[in-house]
Ligand binder design. Sequence first.
Ligand code: ARG
Length: 578
Amino acid sequence: MKNHIASLILKSLDQLSAEFALPADIASKIRIDRTKDKAHGDFATNVAMLLAKPLGTNPRALAEKIVAALPQDSAITKTEIAGPGFINFFVNANHTANQLEAMLQDPRLGVPRAVPAQNVVVDYSAPNVAKEMAVHHIRSTVIGDAVVRVLEFLGHNVTRANHVGDWGTQFGMLIAYLEKCENESGRGLDLSDFEAFYREAKRCYDEDEAFAVKARSYVVRLQGGDQYCHDMWQKLVTMTMEQNQRIYDRLNVTLSPKDVMGESLYNDMLPQIVADLKQKGIAQEDQGAMVVYLDEFKNKEGEQLGIIVQKSDGGYLYTTTDIACVKYRVEHFKANRLMYFIDSRQHQHLEAAWQIARLAGYLPPDVTIEHDAFGMMLGKDGKPFKTRTGGTVKLKDLLDEAEKRVDAMLNERGGSYEPEERAQIVHDIAIGAVKYADLSKNRLTDYIFDWDQMLAFEGNTAPYLQYAYSRIQSIFRKTELSVGSIVIGTEQEEALATKLLAFNEAVTSVANKAMPHLLCTYLYELAGTFMRFYEHCPVLKSGVAEDTARSRLALCALTAKVLRQGLNLLGINVMEKM
Ligand code: ARG
């Protein structure tokens, strides 16, 4: 309510700004206090007294002007000017309660659909074929998916673009090695360990000249559309994506096979793109290669750095693909907004590709394009997150370990579960904890992966929020009473009400800023505010009037709904019992 009143005063001052030169930092100067005596209303502000002197006017006269310019508002029943120039506000006690009751009835919990709905293309996850999903791919996958869920909840039309690394010269070597594996009797095909597969393919390429010659010929054949090479390539892609899909499902990530739009998708567009860049005078030939020189990209000596879009051997590059990709997303999906959840280290690469796309007219100025970058995942030692022997941590192993740890934790806590129910709970806590640890930090910073922190039942963690939810559910299991109409009586109830009503703002800010941690912070604060309410405002204790109990039950029910919906938007499950 304080914020609400402050916003009304700001609007009023804005009206008066033609008459008075208001200080620039006025918003931070407005203070709203609760009155001690209800005869003077519910809230008061001294803003007129504060401003009168610098504006060279009298405080009461200014207070009158501010009051006269206040917008009509259903939350405020009356205002009064008191003493030397205080403005008192009388609040409609039913207003907040009415809003909360409407929210409780609303399946969208008071979050309106965005108008207009936009076409948003979200580039995320993007693992590479025949490689293990690396740590930065989990970050992209989890953060991107949370933003996608929020955008869809707001009614936007979202295209998930999984820009899989499925093209490039390495495929000659991979196809040759796949063929070798298939031919060698009794060895079958084992792609379950991509690390080993890729490493062995590379070893053959480096050590066996005949193998290398064949690998190089396969690249040429693959690019020329040769059926055999294409089929072998397809096998590699399918096997990789089947394995990744299992990870997506396990992570409760909404990506599916139809969202795969790998680098190969743009392959046919590339000759045309380069020809177009040349024709428009954007790219020029340099020692057989096609190069773009951009003013924005200079070295320390101030010389322009060239961005190669086609090598002298005719091959195209990662940048060329990303230029085509912008064009495709704008034309094919009629995108209003293009979002890329990619490691911050790729920033320069993206800026270059986009700048070229702009110059070529593929990226109209009314289309928003954003690199929603994120930092690295670090171990507790502050170094890049690796296995003890310095290898890449496999995502599958990481999730297995999370479940093992949660399983042990539940054993320690005791509690009885049906076996099936228990398995589900272990999964939901483990996956929730791993995802939330990533989502709850500002994505722009590097983040430290710490098992103990993420699995704690206290602090800003998924288990804490899941526990808060299941605790509220247990209240409903203990009573026959149903929710009743809401009356806000105490300070703790009011604090909870204010937090609940801020859900819309939290969700919207995630969509606008592509920052899921804003929703995490909100949910964490909501759970804390609820705990304080629950401590101070008994619900089911004897001696609590039934109306009060039912009003408080309504607040409990609404808190549970917001927690469940909020976590759902982050791709995290809740459980009735924990
Ligand atoms: N496959 C790339 C990698 O592993 C990420 C691709 C990101 N998307 C893009 N449009 N470049 O780093």
